[in-house]
Design a protein around this ligand. Structure first.
Ligand code: HEC
Ligand code: HEC
Ligand code: HEC
Ligand code: HEC
Ligand code: HEC
Ligand code: HEC
Ligand code: HEC
Ligand code: HEC
Ligand code: HEC
Ligand code: HEC
Ligand code: HEC
Ligand code: HEC
Ligand code: HEC
Length: 339
């Protein structure tokens, strides 16, 4: 009897619980997690329920939002979990519905506008940094960002058409502005033009034809020797051909001027002349390379006390195998110092 009544109570109890469950059948969380004070009221301060276990974490402003504002029925799993299902897309689909690309639940402010532009391949640099949003984003509301594309011509065709110096249209210049103008430009002026091969120093030439035939600009090679082979062949002091100099002019020259030459790698590869004791100790290569056209030979003793060998000898009183001969100096002093 006792056993029967227990079963009865059990069955009644269970069916009562089902009858009373307003949360839908799929709820797997124990009733007691939320109802533990003998009533069906839910007390947020006295609950074992942790919303983060549902797969939708409550963060930011959502932590202080009332359950009912998100769950308009007691069937909790009916709530949609994408931002756009509860929040109006104020951008009218101009940036897609993946709101978390730019927002989180703390507030609607966006503090990474510069990064957003970088990600779009259009970093806001130079003048673009100081221009106001609506100068570029010209949609009817200032919360719409319809695609513009990062192509300069989209926004600067008027500038192209109005250009006088030079007149781009007459010159037949391409409308791909970045062929000649820097993306990071502050202005259209000279310093940003032809940035890939600066027209400064010896190349401060306004006549494009000095380097370009016609308007097929891409035919020019940036290799110095492609334009300066005659100069290379014509140099007599030092005779570049006879000396076996490399045709990679940049080893010894830059575009400022041919003279003085600056053989930067001489220090590492042969003998320090732009650093150490011999920095500024010479005026011309031939002070060491005394045999014209032969850079494998050199002299140290022309400078080092030619008139007074004894001075040098004195420095070597204690040195065995000392001889007064340039190759010997070099082999004992490969860096031109006293160590
Ligand atoms: C995740 C928490 C949670 C769980 C788990 C839960 N409930 Fe509720 N329940 C609530 C909330 C919230 C309310 C709304 C009342 C309130 O706001 O205080 C509610 C209300 C109720 C009500 C009153 C309905 C009404 O119309 O007023 C009943 C009955 C109820 N729950 C039964 C159950 C049963 C039975 C279970 C287990 C199957 C259960 N609940 C599990 C949170 C929960
Ligand atoms: C900011 C909105 C928001 C708030 C506030 C919120 N919820 Fe939720 N809740 C959701 C979303 C979204 C889901 C996920 C629904 C889904 O995908 O199944 C969810 C899931 C749940 C689930 C799991 C449903 C299931 O069966 O998987 C329960 C239970 C739940 N919420 C209870 C609550 C209770 C109780 C409160 C108040 C203390 C609350 N929620 C506050 C948005 C919210
Ligand atoms: C299930 C509905 C629901 C979902 C899903 C949801 N929210 Fe909310 N959110 C609310 C409610 C309700 C509020 C509080 C009422 C209000 O201010 O709109 C709120 C508040 C906010 C606030 C604070 C608003 C303010 O004015 O300060 C922000 C920000 C926010 N949500 C962002 C998000 C983001 C981002 C997502 C997606 C990750 C998201 N919400 C998903 C319902 C939801
Ligand atoms: C590409 C980035 C981006 C995406 C994606 C995006 N937003 Fe925004 N949202 C912004 C920016 C930028 C603002 C202006 C914020 C500011 O001024 O700091 C803004 C502002 C808002 C505001 C506040 C509007 C006001 O009047 O101040 C709301 C609401 C908003 N967004 C909702 C959404 C919702 C909902 C989604 C998803 C459907 C979404 N946003 C997607 C960038 C975005
Ligand atoms: C100099 C022009 C310029 C200025 C100024 C500018 N933008 Fe943009 N913005 C662009 C371009 C170009 C894109 C690239 C997207 C495209 O192809 O339309 C873009 C993209 C965006 C996007 C969309 C990002 C995405 O991922 O979908 C948002 C949002 C945006 N800008 C907001 C702003 C805000 C807010 C400001 C002012 C603080 C601003 N922009 C200033 C030119 C500009
Ligand atoms: C979405 C529109 C937009 C795009 C795309 C754009 N700009 Fe601009 N740019 C502007 C606006 C607006 C200004 C400020 C008004 C003006 O001077 O024309 C500006 C200013 C400039 C200036 C300064 C002009 C001056 O006289 O001070 C330069 C240089 C410039 N842009 C170069 C470029 C280059 C190069 C590109 C392509 C990589 C480009 N812009 C792409 C909108 C754009
Ligand atoms: C083939 C090379 C080339 C291309 C391509 C090119 N430019 Fe130029 N641009 C120049 C040169 C050269 C100057 C003069 C620079 C200087 O001041 O030294 C210049 C100057 C300008 C100036 C200032 C002109 C003046 O009259 O003051 C503007 C504006 C300009 N460019 C806009 C554009 C725009 C916009 C585009 C793309 C639609 C473009 N450019 C494409 C070579 C080019
Ligand atoms: C001192 C020589 C020199 C002068 C002067 C010169 N350029 Fe160039 N230019 C070059 C070289 C070299 C290249 C190739 C750079 C490279 O490929 O790295 C080049 C490349 C270009 C390109 C890019 C072609 C491509 O493939 O994208 C354009 C456009 C161009 N020049 C326009 C001009 C215009 C316009 C002028 C006159 C205002 C001019 N250049 C004056 C040497 C010169
Ligand atoms: C596309 C052709 C071209 C290329 C490539 C080129 N130059 Fe030039 N360069 C010229 C022209 C044209 C002049 C002016 C006429 C002249 O003096 O030969 C010039 C002048 C010079 C001058 C000034 C000469 C003087 O007498 O004042 C120097 C220095 C110079 N270039 C160095 C270089 C170096 C170094 C390189 C390689 C980095 C180089 N050039 C690449 C075409 C070119
Ligand atoms: C190993 C170093 C080296 C290399 C490589 C080199 N030069 Fe020179 N070049 C010199 C030296 C040293 C001088 C003499 C500098 C001086 O008198 O100040 C010189 C002088 C010149 C002069 C004569 C300068 C004048 O005013 O008399 C021209 C022109 C010249 N080089 C062109 C070239 C060209 C073109 C190339 C590449 C094709 C080149 N050089 C490669 C070292 C080099
Ligand atoms: C203070 C002395 C000194 C001066 C000044 C000097 N060199 Fe040298 N140079 C040397 C020595 C030492 C070597 C190493 C010779 C060896 O290893 O056989 C050398 C090696 C070289 C070589 C390599 C020869 C080979 O072995 O193929 C070249 C080329 C060269 N020098 C060019 C120059 C040029 C160009 C200048 C002027 C810009 C210059 N040197 C100035 C001392 C000097
Ligand atoms: C153009 C003249 C000149 C030539 C050529 C020259 N030197 Fe010198 N050398 C100097 C001068 C000047 C000093 C003194 C620097 C000082 O007192 O700081 C010096 C200093 C030295 C010193 C002493 C450094 C010290 O610690 O006091 C040594 C070692 C030396 N040279 C070795 C050589 C060798 C090896 C060669 C040949 C490869 C050579 N020099 C060619 C001018 C020259
Ligand atoms: C066999 C090796 C050897 C030869 C060859 C040699 N030196 Fe030295 N040299 C030394 C040594 C070791 C010292 C340091 C002696 C000391 O500090 O007592 C020295 C010292 C010097 C000093 C003084 C450095 C100082 O710090 O005061 C000069 C200058 C010098 N040598 C230049 C030369 C010249 C120039 C030649 C060629 C004519 C030459 N040496 C040949 C090994 C040599």
């Amino acid at each position: 009897m006792q056993r029967l009544s227990f079963i009865l109570i059990f069955i009644l109890g269970v069916s009562a619980a089902y009858a009373q469950n307003p949360h839908g059948e799929k709820l797997t969380i124990d009733c007691k997690a939320c109802h533990n004070s003998g009533s069906w009221l839910y007390n947020a301060n006295d609950t074992l329920f942790d919303h983060n276990d549902t797969g939708f974490e409550l963060e930011g402003q959502h932590l202080s939002t009332d359950c009912k504002n998100c769950h308009n029925t007691l069937v909790f799993d009916q709530a949609e979990n994408t931002c756009v299902s509860c929040h109006t897309d104020v951008h009218s689909m101009s940036v897609g519905d993946d709101c978390i690309r730019c927002h989180d639940a703390s507030n609607w402010l966006v503090d990474d506008i510069p990064e957003l532009h970088e990600q779009n391949g259009f970093p806001l640099l130079g003048q673009h940094q100081v221009v106001s949003c609506s100068d570029c984003h010209v949609s009817e509301t200032n919360l719409r960002w319809d695609r513009i594309g990062a192509d300069c011509a989209t926004c600067h065709m008027d500038d192209y058409n109005a250009s006088q110096n030079p007149n781009h249209m007459e010159a037949g210049f391409s409308t791909i502005c970045t062929d000649c103008h820097d993306v990071f430009a502050d202005s259209w002026g000279a310093e940003n033009f032809h940035f890939f091969f600066p027209l400064t120093g010896g190349h401060d030439i306004s006549d494009c034809a000095a380097c370009h035939e016609g308007t097929n600009y891409s035919a020019a090679s940036p290799e110095c020797v492609s334009c300066h082979l005659d100069d290379f062949n014509g140099v007599t002091s030092p005779n570049h051909v006879a000396s076996g100099f490399s045709q990679d002019c940049t080893m010894c020259h830059d575009i400022a001027a041919w003279s003085p030459a600056d053989f930067k790698s001489h220090d590492d590869e042969y003998f320090p002349i732009y650093s150490g004791k011999h920095e500024s100790a010479w005026n011309s290569c031939v002070e060491c390379h005394t045999t014209a056209g032969n850079y494998t030979s050199f002299s140290c003793i022309d400078c080092h006390e030619h008139s007074n060998q004894n001075e040098v000898a004195k420095d070597h009183d204690e040195v065995r195998d000392y001889v007064y001969q340039s190759n010997a100096c070099y082999s004992c002093h490969p860096n031109g110092d006293g160590d």
